[in-house]
Design a protein around this ligand. Structure first.
Ligand SMILES: C[S@@+](CC[C@H](N)C(=O)[O-])C[C@H]1O[C@@H](n2cnc3c(N)ncnc32)[C@H](O)[C@@H]1O
Length: 311
């Protein structure tokens, strides 16, 4: 469901500005605190209240709900006081370096699995309109808070990629670090494709198998999964499908692939500790060298891809 069906959790619910989507400049009365809307995927309501997840891939959401209560400061990382704010912004700058040229100059985008709005605010600042979909309602609250007052227009949808809302076709879809957390990425991609205009682009990234295994936040006890099907499951906490170049190419086989870049060797990747503090220029220079070296090339933490929906 969308903001038009939402009500604030405390106080009276103010009217929305004309839309959807809604001008971020006019959303101030919505931006503090939480709101509720009927979930577009029926599995989400229980999870929001801390209930058990109905399937292993939704364990990520169970983990997220717990994390919002235990250490929210790490999750709301667009807040400049968050301990990981600088790292997350540096990561986004790496993505922007590779993706900026593929964005539409104007129009509407779907930010699928948008989280707390890291990419939504980047798109809004460029005057684009953004439809954010995420199964974690608390993340949507933060997206609204951080989007308020910016350029562009916004709508929020509390649902999953498996149950995408029926949207007017969008000019591009962004799914950063999302397809690796969904149960059936082919189905989610098919839904995204239906939502895209012909010739529209998908910009996506996924966790990569060997970089994930050697990254600072890899989970103990998951080596067996990495040596077999690459499906990492930490019950009630984390579920990740790690990708190889072949498995990502296979997933995107029906699309016209325009970019496939191994990335994140340094931000959140296996070389973070040895790289030390770097600015964007320093990170990009090292990433280039790590990609060029045949030993380090397969140790990327993530894959970044851009693909076009065939006309
Ligand atoms: C690693 S975060 C990435 C968030 C954001 N794209 C970013 O890069 O900052 C993964 C996001 O995927 C969302 N997610 C998990 N399962 C999903 C599903 N089935 N459909 C859509 N999004 C999902 C999570 O709620 C979370 O916000």
């Amino acid at each position: 469901m969308a903001l038009s069906k939402a009500h604030l959790l405390s106080g009276s619910t103010p009217p929305l500005p004309p839309g959807p989507p809604y001008a971020c400049a006019a959303l101030h009365s919505w931006s503090d605190g939480g709101f509720w809307m009927p979930p577009g995927d029926a599995r989400l309501a229980d999870l929001h209240d801390g209930g058990p997840s109905p399937s292993a891939p939704l364990d990520n959401l169970e983990g997220l709900v717990r994390a919002w209560s235990d250490h929210p400061e790490w999750l709301d990382f667009l807040d400049p006081s968050a301990p990981n704010h600088a790292d997350k912004m540096l990561e986004r700058a790496v993505y922007a370096h590779h993706w900026q040229k593929y964005l539409p100059e104007a129009g509407r985008m779907l930010d699928l699995g948008g989280g707390c709005g890291r990419f939504a605010v980047w798109l809004l600042d460029q005057g684009l309109d953004v439809e954010v979909v995420d199964p974690d309602l608390r993340s949507l609250w933060r997206t609204l808070k951080h989007a308020t007052g910016r350029a562009g227009r916004l709508d929020l949808h509390w649902t999953t990629g498996e149950h995408l809302p029926d949207l007017e076709p969008v000019d591009a879809v962004l799914a950063a670090e999302v397809l690796c957390y969904v149960e059936d990425p082919a189905r989610v991609l098919e839904n995204a494709r239906r939502t895209l205009k012909p010739g529209g682009r998908l910009l996506c990234s996924v966790e990569s198998r060997w970089g994930w295994a050697s990254a600072p936040d890899a989970h103990p006890g998951t080596l067996d999964a990495l040596l077999t099907d690459g499906l990492v499951h930490v019950p009630n906490d984390v579920w990740v499908r790690t990708f190889t170049e072949e498995s990502l190419r296979e997933l995107l086989a029906d699309w016209t692939l325009e970019q496939l870049v191994p990335t994140h060797y340094i931000p959140s990747g296996p070389f973070a500790a040895v790289a030390g503090d770097l600015d964007l220029e320093g990170v990009l220079a090292y990433e280039e060298r790590l990609r060029a070296n045949p030993v380090t090339r397969p140790l990327n933490r993530a894959w970044m891809a851009v693909a076009r929906k065939p006309v």
